[in-house]
Write a protein of this length. Sequence first.
Length: 522
Amino acid sequence: MSKRSPKSVSEKLEIVLLHLEEGKSLSWLTRNQGISKDTLSNWVRKYKEAGVDGLEESRQWKKYSKELKEQAVSDYLNGLGSLKDLTKKYGISDPYVLRSWIKSYTSGKELKATSKGMRRMKQGRKTTFEERIEIVNFTLAYEKDYQGAVEKYGVSYQQIYSWVRKFEKDGSNGLLDRRGKGLTSKPNLTPEEELRLKIQQEERIKYLEMENGLPKKVRRNQTTKPTVRLGRHLETFQAIKEYADEYEEVSISHLCHILKVSRSGYYKWLQHQETTSEQENLGLMDIIKKLHSQHNGILGYRRMTLFVNRKLETNYNKKRIRRLMHILGLRSIIRRAKGYCTKTSFVNVEDNILNRNFTATAPNQKWCTDVTFLKYGFSCKAYLSAIKDLYDGSIVAYVVGQFNDNELVLETLRKAQKANPNATPLIHSDRGSQYTSKDYYRLTTQYQMTRSMSRVGKCIDNAPIESFFGHFKTECYDLKKYKTFEELVSDIDAYIYFYNHQRFQERNNGLAPLEMRNKAVA
């Protein structure tokens, strides 16, 4: 029998008529109704054959003879028709049914005529000891004909099955009803056997209590902060120790067996002495905590590695620092992506000459510039314009203003030119109104700079300066609320000094941007 559809007859009819009368395609109906194309095709076929009655779910088990099954399967395997064609030809309820016959046949199973179908399971009933003996004898006499016993005695299949198993294990004593009677109802037990049984039950109860309590301790230890100690099953061994301390009478062997660890491994863990490496890690953790606090939590494990190595003049691996930061529960502040939109005019627009080639072989070859807005006080705005050198990542010049006008950008450009008088770089920007203005065009031409501009809506084209603004906001600006413009400017000055002189970068081989720049100039 095919699976029942959640759709009612009226819903099916409405969908079929959308296809037949209004010309809606099966693909369109599939997308809008959430039903497979095969199911829809089947409904259409049944409606054409039997009308509305064909859409009703069958409430009876449809019978098929062995000969019909074999003929339908043979026709399909010989290529005499598709599943749909043969389903229609032989009056099969659904292609799924034919597919199941084919699968059985090709896997070597014999096709049989349809049985009487699924029957509702009989409810169990109360029986006497004598009835249970008689039912079991009947079932065994007829080669375990459970169904025949169900029909003859009016009991459930499960009852008969369990009685037969008990009879085969314990004989007729297994069929006695001892529910709620405890050990006193157990027949033919000597006092020694009863005592042994009680001891076994008590030991079993203790074992089950350990099975229940130990995993809880393991899970609780996993939620606590890890230690500098390395090794497998550390939480498991700790749970065993805590449980053994709490219940002194328990066996360590049993606890190890329950948690599937070796007894020798537990005692090796218990007698462990702190190693030199672990002592070194404890010292490193103190330094990491101080650096994390000193830099307001802006250091991820990569830059934390650079700071630690610079401070201690060592060469620790960043994986080690990451593991120790994880143990301490320290994480850097993470930047979140934001969407921006640039409106552009088509006056003084330049091509994207930089084309995302963000590498330079010497200082002042390629610069990136942009403006970002900042808030202070009661919804007051300030604007930061900056120019970044792509060789070393340093901020060549920056200006903070209260108006996002052309003068803000032009002043930044003048400061950059003053700091680097002979520089004639490729300068890349977005297509903001300041960068497409006539003033910007004249000044960059005067300084003999080559202009390059991002495509509209492609922030990645100007990724280096966007990256700087993102780091600045995450590591400085977002950490506090600014009440005055002067307070904001002071923090910007301090951060850019830190960024140029103290913010070590892997791309610069662990050097700060100005260290890299001075090294190249020297």
